[in-house]
Design a protein around this ligand. Sequence first.
Ligand code: SF4
Length: 91
Amino acid sequence: LSPEELLGINKFAVDEDEAHIVLDKAICATCKEKPCLVVCPAVLYTLKGGEVNFDYAGCLECGTCRVVCKDKGIIKWTYPRGTFGVAFRCG
Ligand code: SF4
């Protein structure tokens, strides 16, 4: 299976009421490097009109975006609340 097909096997219980990752858009706009655009394995960070767009719904909870952004104060990152989040189906 391709990486995309493997990712498609996972199941997500999306918490519609509380995002577990929140971006501070004002600080984000000052970040020149924007490493989040290249490190997320689920490609949840995209650039639209020069602004970072983010959708937490397909998050794999790997924490990579938190690590690359930790000193900038842009990302408020927690695990999803109980019963929500990703359920890996392969492995
Ligand atoms: Fe992407 Fe991992 Fe950050 Fe989730 S925790 S948004 S999968 S980099």
